[in-house]
Design a protein around this ligand. Structure first.
Ligand code: DHE
Length: 480
């Protein structure tokens, strides 16, 4: 990052301050370059104090250095507000920009078609280390790392695997979609589909990759083999209003993609066969989705609270869900209890889990927890579900719920005072891997039956972890 900003700071012209100090890394137009984009959408999740702190003191272990003493305190404060203001000219990211951003490192078919290691390729885990932006590949049998990829800045959403588990596709918040070959442990191709992206989905037939953006308000379809651009869908509703995409999902049993939209009361379904959107009108905006295993129904929550069940075949609402607080349906899971399928969802605002009957859509239990939480996880081979309280002062605890009794039967605290959340099981369900989401954090491995800690693998703020088998077989205990 260029220094020499003192003079510009004196002029108090913030655009000049930016050009002199930030543009070399973050791009003249703030769209990102070596450093991340600095647009209001990109900075949404950083608290004002955190942004001020980064500008003053930089980010450890990155090229971002601090500007305290280089720029005056008032200029630093003004820069915080300026960065949170949209540029005068609306940033664009069109088909030509997308195409020009694509890099293919290994052409399709050019790499060996068998794993370069002798461990079970279906029992690999990918761990997103958000501290230093890496993907760690773990051998799920030996519970040891076998590789570490540097990634784009701030991956978000689950990595999506090809059906055979060989390829994995990840999205960064800045719009980069990267494809890795896990058998050859290499990056295959990359493309930037937008300036601010939510997530990515991969069609079960292996043909397509769909990304959902908030800036611009589009969905972008890519060919899965080489990430080349196939089509851009501007997300404009029936009333002419455009919308940010909340997330795109692959509905494999339906042979389609489904999109949750943030600003308009519609659900879009895009079948692989036609690639033409089918629009389902809703009576309210629903943007956090859970799907039943056949992908016949969406359980959707609105940010205002409350939920509905949408029958995707019929194309309309079939039930209301009696839910309070802010249920996080997107991370729900299902299992069978007394011959009936139930679904459990954590709650981002209340210390409780809601358990819903998947036929009657009634809430069959509300299980009190240590506090509002983000994720719940289980596996077909374990009687327990694990949930966190990461939105609360008890963020260092995970609670273990008996799936038949619907009661908390255990608690683990990997490191007192430190955030622990997001669980994923080994292929056989024997071990539960928990993220200690701290800069000097770890993946903490528990015996899923005894709840005893087995080992700790040091990592840099690990967030999510994803087991190839559980994901590609669409285990009902994990997200898809
Ligand atoms: Fe996520 C998945 C939305 C903040 C970690 N998150 C998802 C998905 C959605 C979503 C729609 C499912 C997409 C997918 O997997 O393809 N997340 C949101 C938000 O709206 C929210 C609250 C605010 C935002 O600005 O995005 C949000 N998410 C966070 C975080 O702060 C987390 C904890 C840390 C981070 O890295 O951003 C976070 N989100 C995750 C993780 C998954 C995820 C780990 C994948 C879950 C999985 O196991 O599949």
């Amino acid at each position: 990052m260029a220094l020499g900003g003192a003079h510009a700071a004196e002029t108090n012209d913030l655009a000049a301050v930016y050009r002199a100090n930030c543009a070399a890394c973050h791009g003249v137009d703030r769209l990102g370059a070596m450093g991340p984009a600095l647009l209001p959408e990109s900075l949404e999740r950083l608290k004002p104090d955190a942004l001020r702190d980064v500008l003053r003191h930089g980010r450890p272990a990155t090229q971002m250095q601090g500007f305290a003493g280089v720029l005056s305190e008032p200029v630093l404060d003004q820069l915080v507000s300026w960065l949170r203001t949209a540029p005068a000219a609306t940033p664009h990211w069109e088909a030509d920009d997308i195409r020009a951003s694509r890099t293919v490192i290994h052409a399709s078919g050019s790499l060996p078609g068998r794993p370069a290691f002798d461990t079970d390729p279906l029992n690999l885990f990918l761990v997103v280390e958000s501290g230093s932006h890496h993907l760690n590949v773990l051998d799920g049998d030996k519970l040891e790392p076998i590789h570490r990829f540097a990634t784009r800045f701030a991956l978000h959403g689950g990595p999506k695997f090809s059906r055979d588990g060989r390829f994995v596709f990840v999205a960064s918040r800045d719009g980069w979609i990267s494809k890795y070959d896990l058998w050859n442990l290499t990056l295959v191709a990359e493309i930037r589909v937008g300036l601010n992206t939510r997530n990515v989905a991969v069609s079960d037939d292996g043909q397509w990759v769909m990304a959902g953006n908030t800036l611009p308000q589009t969905m972008v379809l890519l060919r899965a083999d080489d990430l080349s651009l196939a089509r851009i869908y501007p997300v404009v509703g029936k009333g002419g209003r455009s919308s940010r995409v909340s997330a795109v999902y692959d509905a494999a049993p339906r042979g389609s993609f489904i999109a949750a939209l943030r600003d308009i009361p519609e659900v879009w379904e895009i079948p692989y066969a036609t690639l033409e959107p089918r629009v389902i009108a809703l009576d309210t905006v629903l943007d956090d989705f859970f799907f039943d295993q056949p992908y016949r129904h969406i359980l959707g929550a609105s940010r205002a609270g409350g939920g509905q069940v949408i029958d995707l075949d019929a194309g309309h609402k079939v039930a209301d869900l009696a839910l309070s607080g802010m249920p996080h349906l997107g991370s729900g899971i299902t299992w069978y209890r007394g011959g009936r399928e139930v679904m459990a969802s954590p709650n981002l605002k209340m210390g409780q889990l809601s358990v819903i009957d998947m036929e009657s859509w009634q809430t069959v239990a509300t299980i009190p927890t240590n506090g509002p939480g983000f994720f719940i996880r289980s596996h077909e081979a374990t009687p327990y579900a694990w949930t966190d309280a990461m939105m609360s002062p008890r963020r260092d605890t995970l609670q273990i719920i008996d799936k038949q009794m619907l009661k908390v039967v255990g608690t683990v605290t990997p490191s007192p005072g430190r955030t622990a959340a997001h669980v994923e099981f080994t292929r056989d369900g024997r071990y539960a891997l928990v993220s200690l989401m701290e800069p000097d954090g770890a993946i903490v491995v528990y015996d899923a039956a005894t709840l005893r800690e087995v080992k700790r693998l040091p990592m840099d703020r690990p967030v999510g972890k994803y087991n190839v088998f559980n994901k590609t077989t669409r285990s009902s205990g994990t997200s898809h």
